[in-house]
Ligand binder design. Structure first.
Ligand code: HAS
Ligand code: CU
Length: 577
């Protein structure tokens, strides 16, 4: 430790029983989240096989009545339940341990219980075949009240980590005045600020439109307003998934690699840029909807390309971080460092492979972000191809990679098989890439997304989609490989929890960055602010940046809603199944 660091202040280390309670809570979030993925992703290959022309749904009655019911369960369990539980666990647990401060357990448990109730409600609504409205629940399709109230609870519970983080940060700041917030806590806080502001959209839609509509208290809703409110949250949600994965890449991975993070300040800049640019761009999901002026669509393209920018910063920062670690391990030449990474560590392997999928996932996002190109791919399988190469790989694989160190850390039990964990990571990578590239290519042939194409008569299927038979075969093959990946993953996940050998629990792998020492937990020495980089200090006023982001978001949405509210088109509900 260099001389400029002062001695640590006396720190009250949390009591062992308090730490144990935190670990149990984190474990509960992790187990519920990954159980949701087991159900959601377990159904996934049925959707994949649909596109390769194999209709398995009739064989699955009475559990699943249709492709649309399966697809709704798949999207809701993976997109909302899996992600929300894992994220709301991690974004409290990691900062608490980084700062050395006990989180508000009542609020944290509250978040868990409210989301659990929400999950129960949506599961009931989806399994009774009353709510096959897909994960975006666009009206006028109408599901049961249980579905909308369940989602309302899930949304509400997912916002609660923010006050917990604010409380912990202010307690930390009191002991460390003038210092910048430690990196992981900073990133968690920006993520939650972004998420809580953005949930105004979906919560307004649910509380003012969908909940009363589903109860019959109002008889009509305006689908255009509904969709716009949905996407106000629906775009930021993809960053709510991605940013916690970035927390692991920036905050932990360098340590797991045996290296150092290339830049702490670039991580902070990335998060602030995501906060600012992800809030106003939701309507890029509505390029094909009526009611938006061409000028506004042009602005949306620029804003969407801007939100890709922080991911490009991340690509360079992580590239450098990986290269440094690889060279330190003796890697030589242009790509020798890549080979020299610790590929025997399943946590590292899952995360680095996920980065590779993001090269294609990110590039397809830029295609979608262009109004003209989106006209070619919108509502085709290109779009699910894109998001399986982002959330289905980057996020899911990074969380799996985190589970591989979290389980030993939280339970003091070793993974039952490192080889099986490695197999899970590789099979997921190969399966999701085969599936995603198949979906994207099939989309270029005009194959529609969300379509029960395998239920078509054989002749019609071949006439319509014969030209795309190779990519469609890849989709099915990818789905089957993903099933194998899941089998490997869940044997390791549940097997280790139940039967893992007892070991000394490893510590959380918090990374250190190159350059100036930005900040540390209370257990580490203080870092006077003059030793912190000016960029990190400029990023520190989180309320200022949230204010800027909220203002830009309001400026972009007020004109849209103003025109929609003046030309309301009200529709009664439809049950199309
Ligand atoms: Fe997206 C639709 C635009 C990123 C998720 N997106 C979706 C939907 C989902 C989703 C779920 O503009 C569909 C929702 C629905 O059901 O309708 N998306 C973008 C853009 C980006 C983007 C511009 N999306 C994501 C991420 C997601 C996600 C991330 C989930 C986590 N997306 C769109 C648009 C639509 C859309 C339109 C609507 C389309 C329509 O018509 O409906 C960008 O943020 C992407 C930027 C990313 C990059 C990649 C950086 C690469 C990295 C890895 C580096 C590798 C290393 C390894 C370091 C530019 C960071 C190096 C090693 C070596 C050896 C080289
Ligand atoms: Cu988006």
């Amino acid at each position: 430790m260099s001389a400029h660091l002062s001695t640590p202040a006396a720190v009250a280390v949390p009591r062992p029983d308090v730490l144990a309670a935190e670990r149990r809570m984190m474990l509960a979030f992790l187990v519920v989240g990954f159980s949701a993925l087991l159900l959601g992703a377990g159904i996934g290959p049925l959707q994949a096989l649909n596109y390769s022309g194999h209709n398995l749904y009739p064989a699955l009655r009475p559990f699943f009545q249709s492709y649309y019911q399966g697809l709704t369960i798949h999207g809701v369990m993976n997109g909302y339940v899996f992600t929300f539980f894992v994220i709301c666990g991690l974004l409290v647990y990691l900062p608490a341990r980084e700062l050395g401060i006990t989180p508000n357990m009542t609020l944290w448990r509250g978040s868990f219980v409210i989301m659990l109730i929400g999950t129960g409600l949506v599961l009931a609504a989806m399994f009774d075949n009353s709510s096959n409205v897909l994960w975006t629940f666009y009206p006028p399709l109408k599901g049961s009240p249980l579905f909308y109230f369940g989602l309302t609870a899930l949304g509400l519970g997912s916002t609660l980590p923010l006050p917990i983080l604010l409380q912990m940060r202010s307690a930390w700041k009191k002991q460390r005045p003038g210092e910048v917030t430690p990196l992981v806590t900073y990133m968690a806080l920006i993520t939650m600020l972004m998420w809580d502001v953005s949930t105004i959209g979906i919560m307004t839609e649910l509380v003012i439109q969908m909940d009363p509509w589903s109860l019959g208290l109002i008889h009509t809703v305006d689908p255009a307003i509904s969709r716009t409110l949905y996407w106000l949250t629906g775009h930021p949600i993809v960053y709510f998934w991605l940013m916690p994965a970035y927390v692991s890449w920036y905050g932990l991975l360098a340590n797991q690699l045996g290296g150092r993070l290339a830049s702490d300040a670039m991580g902070r800049l990335t998060f602030v840029l995501m906060l600012i640019f992800s809030l106003p761009v939701g309507s890029h999901h509505q390029f094909a909807d009526p009611g938006f002026s061409p000028i506004w669509r042009g602005i949306l393209v620029v804003l969407t390309m801007s939100v890709a920018f922080p991911s490009l910063i991340t690509a360079f920062t992580m590239g450098l971080t990986l290269e440094f670690a690889g060279r330190k391990r003796g890697g030589k030449g242009i790509l020798g460092w890549f080979k020299a990474l610790p590929w025997g560590n399943p946590s590292v392997t899952a995360q680095v492979l996920s980065m590779l999928t993001f090269v294609i996932g990110g590039a397809s996002g830029m295609v979608n972000g262009s109004w003209q190109l989106d006209a070619v791919v919108h509502n085709t399988t290109f779009i699910p191809g894109h998001f399986h190469m982002t959330v289905g790989s980057v996020v899911a694989m990074t969380f799996m990679g985190m589970a591989f160190w979290l389980i030993p850390h939280l339970t003091g039990r070793a993974l039952i098989s490192r080889r099986l964990a490695l197999a899970a990571a590789w099979l997921w990578f190969i399966g999701m890439s085969t599936f995603g590239i198949g979906m994207q290519t099939a989309g270029l042939y005009g194959v529609p997304r969300r379509a029960w194409v395998s239920a078509l008569p054989h002749e019609a299927f071949h006439t319509l989609y014969g030209a795309a038979h190779i990519p469609m075969a890849l989709i099915g093959i990818g789905g089957v490989i993903l099933w194998l990946a899941m089998i490997c993953f869940y044997i390791v996940f549940f097997g280790s929890l139940l039967f893992g050998r007892k070991i000394e629990a490893p510590a959380i792998p918090f990374a250190r960055a190159f350059g100036r020492s930005e900040s540390y937990s209370l257990e580490r020495p203080a870092v006077p602010s003059e030793h912190t980089s000016s960029l990190a200090r400029a990023m520190e006023p989180v309320w200022f940046w949230t204010g800027v982001a909220t203002l830009i978001c309001a400026l972009s949405y007020v004109p849209i809603f103003w025109s929609f509210l003046r030309h309301m088109t009200l529709s009664p509900g439809w049950v199309a199944w």
